[in-house]
Write a protein that binds this ligand. Sequence first.
Ligand code: NDP
Length: 342
Amino acid sequence: NKSIIFVKRPEDYPVAGEHFVLQHTQLAPHLEDGDILTRNLYLSLDPYLRGRMDGIEGAYVPCFYLGKPINGYGMGEVIQSKNPRFPVGSLVFGVITWEHFSLIPPAFNNLIILPAAVRNSKVPLSWYMGALGMTGLTAYGSLKLYGNLKPGETIFVSAAMGAVGHLVGQMAKRQGLRVIGSAGSDEKVKILLEELKFDAAFNYKSGKPIVESLREACPEGLDIYYDNVGGEHLEAALEVLKRHGRVVVSGMIDDYNRPVPYHIKNLVLIFQKRIKIEGFLCLDFEKELWPSFTEDVTKWLLDGDIICKEEITEGLENAHEAFAANLKGKNLGKGVVKIADL
Ligand code: NDP
């Protein structure tokens, strides 16, 4: 077996080969009762994994321990089983280790078995890491439960070419909103405007203050800010939001790699403009929304209403490098690692 092992806590950006390394590992010679063995196919690269590297006990998700494999959302095929819930041949989705093969004991196997039809469906398996996985659920559920979207409103999405952002923008667009996105390169801005049909988009690394670019994109003000970033993006949005504007906070990636958190200004505007700010975790609505999410988003994708952009890296041995690069903005859409064919 080969595994990506976490070996050192990063102070800022993680580096492949320094903080996590590829190692040969031994699988246990046989399974205990309740265990399953998966042959892993895909990994989902998600920014929250960076927070788990900080080693904070009691955080909202368990931290990583030194010397153990990284784990996160992924897909595998059950190839041995001593657990009647998971027959050999099942395709499973959920938290797996970053290894070619994962031995998953009963305490950790709260995996979802994907329907057998998935094997022969028109939907590529990799989409279960993105638009049809935790990322898509995040976009779908947060807009449905907290967005309170109304046609004609203006929404601003940060990290708009990221996994969550590009789906949020397209979902808001299909509900009749005016959608503005920010991203870290001209190439990303071009895709947002030309392929994903955002109404406006800007490169926040162009040198111009974010607040100026945002004002130019919506001189009439913002109704909703969908925050993936925090930091200067949140400051700018607070300035440009209308009175009674809303902020849906999905995450604050600007802070994840900083040794010292960014000091956000403009918070006084929250009460002055009666702004409503709401954060969430997709786990909060996973059970409630999974069936309608799967049905709706599969249809939207197959009808071409929304597009799933993905950046697929081949090979487990490149997973940690790809994860580190995506934190710096390499990915155009959802970052996925393909470990093996089905
Ligand atoms: P991705 O890895 O797909 O994309 C993140 C993008 O953020 C990067 O590609 C980069 O693109 C941009 N970025 C990185 N650093 C900064 C920065 N300092 N300022 C502005 N942009 C930056 O991430 P996801 O789309 O999966 O996640 C987006 C956010 O949603 C994250 O904060 C994540 O933690 C959160 N999240 C929350 C969930 C929840 O349940 N609440 C579930 C899933 C995700 P660029 O080139 O534009 O800089």
